[in-house]
Design a binder for this molecule. Structure first.
Ligand code: MG
Length: 387
C-alpha cells in the first residue's frame, strides 16, 4: 500500500467562478480524501483551505501548481504531521458585541483568547450597525481560563462577550424563553396598573422593599395586586396601548420564527398583557399571573399559582418538554432577580441590561438596549435577520 500524506492546501487570490470546482476536480482525479475544507470571500478576494490525504506517489502537487498558474491564484502546501482525528480539538465560539467598533476591545479579547491557550481559527463579522458583532471560533483553549480571561477583558473594555462551546447544539438552539417587563417591553406593567389605581407611590415603595430583600417576590406581588382592588377591568385596554416594545423586539422574534425557533414569554406580570403580546408577535407560549376579576372589577387577588422565580424555571422546563427540546438547546433572557433560576437552568442564560447579581447567574450579558443583538450570540448573522 502506498503511504498517505496529509497536506493542507492554502489557496488565495482574486475570486472567479470555477476555482473551487476546478481544484476539487484535480483532487477527485488523484483519489484524494478531503479531511476538512473552508472557504471565505472578502471583498472579492478568495481564501480556500483544503485539508486532504493523498497517496505519496501521486502527481497531485504538480497538477495543483499548474492549476494555480493557469488561474492566476496562489497555492501553498503545508504537510500536516498529526493524524486527522487530533485536529478535532475542543472548540469555543467567542462572540463580541460592541456599540462602537473598537480595535482596543477586539485586541483585549483576542489577547485573552491567546492567554487561555486558544487559537483563533475563524472570525466572522455578524453585523456592523447598530452594534458591531464578531464571532471568533477558537480551538484548543482551556475552558475555565478562556471564560475567566475573556470575562475580565470584556469588563475592562465595557463590551459584551459570550463564550460558548462550539457544537451542533449551539446552532440548533430551538427554544427562546423571555421575561417580559424590562426585557421584551420597556415598561413594568405593575407600575402602570398602580398608576391607574392612583397608588403608584405605594406600589414603588413595595417594589423597593422587595429589591432590598425585606419582602420576597410572591409577598411583594400579592401586596401590590391588593392595591388594584376595585379597578375597572376596562382599563386593561388603555394600559395595553401604553406598552412600548424594547427596540429590536419585533425583528428578534420574527427572525427566530423564520429560522424555526419556538418562542415563549414567562412573566411575573399579568395575563391580559402577556396574551396581547403573544398575539401581537405570534409568540408560541405565554405564562403570567392571572388577576381575579368579578363583575368587571379587579378584586385585588390573584387566581392560580404565582409565577415567581422558582415557577419561571419550572415553566422553562415544561415548555421545553412540551416542544421536545432538550434543556441544553434552550435560551432564557431576563433582567430581574426572579429570572435568575430560569437563566441558570437554560442552556444559554442571557442577562439583558440586568443588575450585577442577575448578570452573575447568567452565562452571558447583553448591555446594549437592542433585543435583536441577542441573535448574534446565537450565531445568526445580519444576512439571516428578518427586516
Ligand atoms: Mg423583568
Amino acid at each position: 500500500m502506498p503511504t498517505r500524506r496529509t497536506v493542507l492546501i492554502h489557496v488565495t487570490g482574486q475570486d472567479r467562478p470555477g476555482i473551487t470546482a476546478g481544484l476539487l476536480e484535480i483532487l477527485a482525479r488523484q483519489e484524494a480524501t478531503i479531511v476538512a475544507m473552508e472557504q471565505f470571500v472578502v471583498m472579492g478576494r478568495l481564501t480556500l483551505d483544503v485539508l486532504m490525504a493523498v497517496d505519496e506517489e501521486r502527481a497531485t502537487f504538480r497538477d495543483l501548481l499548474f492549476f494555480g498558474w493557469e488561474r492566476e491564484i496562489d497555492i501553498e502546501f503545508e504537510e500536516v504531521e498529526k493524524p486527522a482525528a487530533d485536529l478535532r480539538l475542543q472548540r469555543h465560539a467567542v462572540t463580541v458585541l460592541t456599540p462602537r467598533s473598537t480595535s482596543a476591545a477586539l485586541h483585549a479579547v483576542t489577547d485573552a483568547i491567546g492567554a487561555a491557550g486558544g487559537n483563533i481559527e475563524r472570525i466572522r463579522m455578524l453585523s456592523s450597525e447598530p452594534v458591531a458583532g464578531y464571532e471568533f471560533i477558537v480551538a484548543g483553549a482551556d475552558d475555565a481560563s478562556l471564560r475567566r480571561l475573556v470575562g475580565i477583558a470584556a469588563a475592562d473594555q465595557g463590551v459584551d462577550v459570550a463564550v460558548q462551546h462550539e457544537s451542533l447544539e449551539r446552532r440548533a438552539k430551538r427554544l427562546v424563553v423571555m421575561d417580559v417587563d424590562s426585557t421584551l417591553i420597556k415598561d413594568e406593567v405593575i407600575d402602570l396598573l398602580a398608576e391607574e389605581a392612583g397608588r403608584r407611590e405605594d406600589s414603588e415603595r413595595i417594589t423597593a422593599a422587595a429589591m432590598a430583600g425585606e419582602l420576597d417576590f410572591a409577598a411583594a406581588l400579592t401586596e401590590r395586586v391588593r392595591l388594584l382592588a376595585g379597578l375597572d377591568a376596562g382599563m386593561f385596554e388603555r394600559v395595553r396601548a401604553k406598552l412600548r416594545l424594547t427596540p429590536g423586539a419585533r425583528r428578534f422574534v420574527a427572525t427566530l420564527h423564520r429560522l424555526g425557533y419556538a418562542t415563549a414569554i414567562v412573566s411575573g406580570g399579568f395575563t391580559p398583557f402577556t396574551d396581547a403580546l403573544k398575539e401581537q408577535l405570534a409568540i408560541d407560549h405565554a405564562y403570567a399571573n392571572e388577576l381575579e376579576v368579578v363583575d368587571g372589577r379587579l378584586t385585588g387577588r390573584l387566581v392560580g399559582p404565582i409565577v415567581d422565580r422558582a415557577r419561571k424555571a419550572r415553566v422553562l422546563e415544561e415548555i421545553a418538554a412540551m416542544e421536545g427540546i432538550p434543556l441544553e438547546q434552550t435560551v432564557a433572557i431576563g433582567d430581574g432577580a426572579n429570572d435568575v433560576d430560569m437563566l441558570a437552568r437554560a442552556g444559554l442564560g442571557i442577562a439583558f441590561n440586568a443588575k450585577a447579581q442577575v448578570a452573575r447567574a447568567a452565562d452571558t450579558t447583553v448591555s446594549v438596549p437592542y433585543l435583536d443583538a441577542i441573535l448574534f450570540l446565537l450565531g445568526i448573522g445580519a444576512e439571516d435577520i428578518a427586516v
